[in-house]
Every structure is written in structure tokens, then in C-alpha cells.
Ligand binder design. Structure first.
Ligand code: BDR
Ligand code: CA
Length: 310
């Protein structure tokens, strides 16, 4: 059965895995990316905005006429970035090689609200960074923002250790207040946490085998983007490759059956020095929030290969 693609807004703190996720989204026939907004996280927001605009100049998706520059800092605390993972430019040092950007920049929260108004429950928002922009949209016009159909959020760590300190996942750690507000908003949300994203990795060998013979433009971009990210994982995790956190969130938006989810009440630890950003969940029978607890790795890997290196 051929369904028409779902309108999607992607909110991103454009690091390396965000860039891979954007490429995957542009190559997913189930999704029609209508807008991209940026948020401070892996890198400062102006860097993230420059990264998205540069990537758009290479990838040319037909449906993204503008980029929304969002929040430059979390709701009520200083920004933490991740240069050790994504490089100081957020893209593993390759951003200077991207062509000069042409896509116009508008206000990020305005753009989120405009899309929410236009598409209502047809709209899926895929949130790949801290949830600051979404919390701001919710605060500014709750009646408009609450109309969105679903948010797919890469965030949280429930039964696995954190990746930013012992308990917190990066996106939630950076802005736990925003995460608490959005996860508690009553909007339908699918959380894609480290529990499942850390089961989905790519390796250097895989990229080297797949890249030749594929679209040279895309494979060159993927290989150069991934270099520093793979080195980081070699040093910290002991494998030459990288976790596909954000690409899994995009894949779940495209094909929800890739993961098994449990309806849950989610609690975010906002303060507490060593617990900041910790997420915990209680299973309930019905909830607006569901948490992915299991992923079909083989299917995801097949989808990632066939779409990212077409
Ligand atoms: C998340 O944090 C960021 O560094 C990645 O882009 C991903 O969104 C993983 O914890
Ligand atoms: Ca991200």
C-alpha cells in the first residue's frame, strides 16, 4: 500500500550523527522533510545553523525552503557542547569544505509554530538535540503546539549507563528542564533512548565496503564526516565506528515497527549535581509517552545501508 509521505520537521543540534540522520530522512520515502530548525547542543546554535545550510547545499532536498535558527542556550542553565565527539565545528572538521549556503534563515520557534499550525496532527517532529526549541514553542503557544501529531525524540538512558556522566544521556543532560516540560506535555511522544541507539552502530569496515560504487557525492561526504566520530568511539568505546543515535530516531519516524515501545510515565531529574539529566520510567497501561525498549537491528541496518549509501 502506497501512503503519501508524512510531513516532518527536524529539530537538530547538527553534529555528525545528526548529519547522517538528515541524509537518511531525505532518502526515506515515508517522510517529507518540510522544515529544519537548529538548537544549541553538540555545538553553538550558529555553528549548527551553518552546518545545516551547508549540508542542504550539497544534498538539495526539494522540500526545505528555509532553516529556523533556534535557541542559543538551554532554558535556565549554561550550554554544554560536545567538541570531543563532533569536533569544534560540530561536523568533525569538514564544515569548511561545504559550499556557501543560500537557504534563508528564519526564527526557529516561529517556524515550529508555523508548521504546527499548518499541518496539525499530520506533523511529526523529529527532535535530535536538546528539547529547548520545543519547550519554547510549547510555552509560547501551547494551543498551537499541542496540535502536532507526534514527537520522536532521541534522548534518555533508562536501563543503560549515561553517555554524559554516569546516568545522563547528552540531549537530556544539556536541557533537562526542556525535556521535563516536553515529555510531560501530553503530546504523543516516542522516546528513542541510548538503550536502543547504542545497539545500532556502523563500523569503518562497513563504510569502506559499501561506499565505493555508490553515489560518489554522498559516500565521500559520509566517509569524511565519520572520520573523527569513529576515532572518538575507538578511544572511548573500543570499536572503530560510531553509534547511530539520531539516524535510529529518523528510522523510527519512518517505520515505527523497527522498535518495540512501552507506554510509560517518564521522570527527568532536573537538578541534583550528579543526577542531572537522569531519566527514569514507570510502565503504565496508557500514556502519551512511549519509550523504545527493543530494536530490530537487522532491519535497521538494512534500511540504513540501502538508503544512506544508495
Ligand atoms: C545524542 O547526543 C548527541 O551528541 C548526538 O547527536 C545524539 O543526538 C546522543 O546522546
Ligand atoms: Ca543530535
Amino acid at each position: 500500500m502506497n501512503r503519501s509521505p508524512r510531513p516532518v520537521l527536524i529539530d537538530t543540534d547538527t553534529g555528525v550523527d545528526d548529519a547522517l540522520a538528515l541524509m537518511l530522512a531525505f532518502h526515506s520515502p515515508e517522510l517529507s522533510v518540510r522544515a529544519i530548525t537548529t538548537v544549541a547542543g553538540n555545538a553553538p546554535v550558529d555553528r549548527c545553523t551553518r552546518n545545516v545550510r551547508g549540508l542542504l547545499q550539497v544534498l538539495h532536498p526539494a522540500t526545505v525552503p528555509e532553516v529556523g535558527r533556534g535557541a542559543s542556550r538551554p532554558l535556565r542553565r549554561a550550554l554544554t557542547t560536545a567538541p570531543e565527539v563532533h569536533g569544534t565545528d560540530g561536523l568533525g572538521g569538514i564544515s569548511a569544505t561545504l559550499p556557501a549556503a543560500r537557504v534563508p534563515v528564519v526564527d526557529g520557534v516561529d517556524l515550529i509554530l508555523r508548521m504546527s499550525q499548518r499541518y496539525g496532527r499530520l506533523l511529526t517532529i523529529i527532535a535530535l538535540g536538546p528539547l529547548t526549541n520545543l519547550a519554547r514553542a510549547l510555552r509560547r503557544k501551547p494551543d498551537v503546539f499541542r496540535r502536532v501529531g507526534r514527537i520522536v525524540s532521541m534522548g534518555g538512558a533508562f536501563s543503560v549507563p549515561g553517555n554524559t556522566g554516569p546516568v545522563a544521556e547528552f540531549n537530556v543532560f544539556v536541557d533537562p528542564d526542556a525535556a521535563a516540560e516536553v515529555y510531560g506535555s501530553g503530546i504523543p511522544i516516542t522516546i528513542v533512548p541510548l538503550d536502543v541507539t547504542e545497539q545500532c552502530r556502523f563500523t569503518r569496515d562497513e563504510l569502506r565496503t559499501l561506499a565505493p560504487g555508490r553515489s560518489p557525492k554522498i559516500s565521500r561526504l559520509v566517509l569524511s564526516l565519520a572520520r573523527g566520530y569513529m576515532e572518538y568511539h575507538r578511544m572511548t568505546e573500543g570499536f572503530v565506528g560510531g553509534y547511530l543515535h539520531d539516524p535510529l530516531a529518523v528510522a523510527v519516524a519512518a517505520q515505527p515497527s523497527l522498535v518495540r515501545c512501552e507506554p510509560s510515565r517518564v521522570v527527568v531529574e532536573r537538578d541534583g549535581h550528579s543526577l542531572r539529566g537522569m531519566t527514569s520510567k514507570v510502565g503504565v497501561r496508557r500514556s502519551s509517552v512511549e519509550v523504545a525498549v527493543q530494536v530490530n537491528r537487522t532491519r535497521f541496518r538494512r534500511l540504513f545501508h540501502s538508503r544512506l549509501l544508495p
